[in-house]
Design a protein around this ligand. Structure first.
Ligand code: JFZ
Length: 551
């Protein structure tokens, strides 16, 4: 007898709806850092504690009993969650992420597993997340919870960056995870209706076993979006560049820049270093042009008030969004690697040109090879913009004055799939001074900012050289680098171009370690060399090196 192998028809599965879809379309969210740290607001024993406000207990090495006393003054009687949600919505934000528990271990919700929460430890005595969840539901705003799963400076066994400074913090971290963190994650995911995002933070002392304890819990919420900060090697759904905009974005990954409006997440009474509204809009534009989301922070006071400078800026961003949000929501990254005058976003067969430097001669050039059928200003949609084009580029005749002093958008309709010249360095093989065994030269030109090249140990002055195969006019270069701003890891560079067999300096400067984009007067050349000097005595590291064509 012949037995057929038990070939079964593939299991019938309904195609799962892309659970990242709403998030990818949303683009803009509000981060809220709120907790007991808003009481000291940056000052301990009358002295300013440097650094971010929510870290005051750690940076000031405040003993547990001392810090806990602040909760007696946490009385947010002015808390108006409906107004907060309305503020976010009017700013054009589609979701809110709030600190349900930050590193100080204080829960903004009624937790059954501890008394260190707003209900048991404050005169206010009411759950803060419940009414926020209700307001979000009423307004159609998605709600996410930040949860500090590893660092907890007030529950024994919780981790502390830099180590414990008070015996009261000592204990078993595994027990802390079992008895506090895991049960609290269950509480926040089950007691507040649909929670869209779980925003882990700082995987201090996490390992696969500890991180693994959270996985069965979140597995019960298949639509939940989680970030990459759980630790233990868990990738999560999103990359979370903090306080900087990555030069290339993260192609193939979902990512979200989180950023403060001043220099602190949690309220600090003396931090007045506010970013301008224009700066915030340009950051949103830059982020969406690279395919990312923007999670912009506010830090309310212990009375429950969002600082007025934040409210004012968000209202202005909202005014801009009223006219221009089409260029933000539901868009994809720009097909252009570089535009000298600004940024772009893409939605189907529509391009949105974010014109930062409005052309003084009334002509805006776009290196697009598709037939363009229509163009208009989002600020005055009835006025058609004249179009002239040849095989290589389009020229738009625009008014002499930018219609919006913050950022003007031109919408463009075109035929077919966007046809744009590739980055001249893509796919080329660089020549390098040396390569460490842990890295590869090809990583510089693979379009993936998560892979890197570095020279061998000890080589502090390294260089990379590329043959573009033909002469190309270049006016910008970008690098992706592996660090965050807090690493303070700038690298010095000199870009050179070969002319008549001699290397000529084109531009020099210093990166900030988080990626760099450098404009310069156009130079024509076939051979380019980037010399780079690491800092802090370490070898240089680069993730990507991109040369961009002049227009
Ligand atoms: C983390 C938190 O520590 C911070 O309080 C805030 O919640 C932010 C959104 O996320 O940010 C960090 C993480 C690491 C460092 C600094 C801030 N670090 O290593 O210096």
């Amino acid at each position: 007898m012949m037995f057929n192998s038990c070939k079964q028809a593939p299991e019938q599965k309904t195609v799962p709806e892309d659970r990242m879809q709403w998030w990818n379309d949303a683009k803009f969210g509000l981060f809220i850092h709120w907790g007991v740290y808003s009481v000291p607001a940056g000052f301990y024993q009358e002295k300013a504690v440097p650094g971010i406000g929510e870290w005051i207990m750690n940076r000031g090495k405040i003993p547990v009993v001392e810090y806990k006393k602040y909760s007696n003054q946490f009385n947010p009687v002015k808390y108006d969650p409906k107004a907060w949600v309305k503020m976010a919505k009017d700013a054009g934000m589609k979701y809110i992420v709030i600190t349900s528990k930050h590193h100080d271990g204080f829960a903004l919700f009624n937790s059954k597993v501890t008394d260190w929460d707003v209900v048991d430890a404050t005169p206010y005595g009411k759950d803060l997340l419940k009414p926020l969840a209700e307001a979000c539901r009423e307004e159609g705003i998605k709600l996410g919870f930040y949860y500090s799963q590893a660092q907890d400076w007030n529950h024994p066994g919780g981790a502390a960056s830099g180590g414990h400074w008070d015996k009261a913090q000592d204990g078993s971290m595994d027990e802390y995870i079992d008895k506090i963190a895991v049960p609290q994650v269950k509480e926040i995911l089950s007691n507040y209706g649909d929670i869209a995002i779980l925003w882990w933070d700082t995987p201090t002392d996490m390992n696969p076993e500890r991180a693994g304890k959270f996985l069965p819990v979140i597995a019960g919420y298949p639509n939940l979006i989680t970030n990459n900060r759980l630790g233990g090697g868990i990738a999560g759904d999103t990359e979370t560049p903090e306080q900087f905009i990555p030069s290339t974005g993260f192609p193939g990954r979902n990512w979200e820049v989180c950023m403060t409006m001043n220099d602190t997440w949690g309220f600090k009474k003396d931090d007045n270093n506010w970013k301008s509204t224009k700066d915030l809009i340009l950051k949103l534009s830059d982020i969406v042009s690279k395919g990312g989301n923007f999670l912009l922070n506010v830090g309310p006071t212990s009375e429950g008030e969002i600082p007025q400078p934040s409210i004012g800026r968000l209202a202005q961003v909202g005014q801009w969004m009223k006219v221009n949000s089409e260029a933000v929501y539901g868009t994809k990254a720009s097909p252009f690697p570089y535009l000298p005058w600004g940024k772009a976003t893409l939605k189907g067969q529509k391009l949105f040109l974010h014109v930062i430097a409005w052309p003084t001669d009334g002509i805006l050039k776009l290196p697009l090879m598709n037939k363009v059928t229509k163009a208009w200003l989002l600020a005055s949609p009835d006025v058609a913009v004249n179009i002239k084009q040849d095989a290589a580029r389009v020229e738009f005749s625009v008014p002499a004055q930018a219609p919006d002093s913050l950022l003007s958008i031109i919408a463009v309709e075109f035929e077919g799939e966007p046809a744009v010249l590739p980055v001249p360095t893509r796919g080329k093989t660089p020549v390098v001074s040396s390569v460490d065994t842990s890295a590869a030269v090809a990583n510089l030109f693979d379009g993936n900012p998560k892979t890197s090249w570095k020279p061998v140990a000890g080589e502090n002055k390294a260089w990379i050289e590329v043959d573009l195969g033909e002469e190309v006019m270049i006016e910008n270069f970008s690098v992706a680098e592996p660090w965050h701003p807090w690493h303070d890891h700038g690298q010095e560079f000199v870009l050179q171009c070969k002319s008549n067999g001699k290397w000529i300096d084109v531009v020099s400067g210093k990166t900030n370690g988080c990626g760099h984009s450098q404009d310069f007067s156009p130079v024509k050349g076939q051979y380019f060399r980037l010399m780079i000097t690491g800092s802090k005595g370490e070898v240089p590291v680069l993730n990507e090196w991109i040369l961009n064509r002049a227009l």
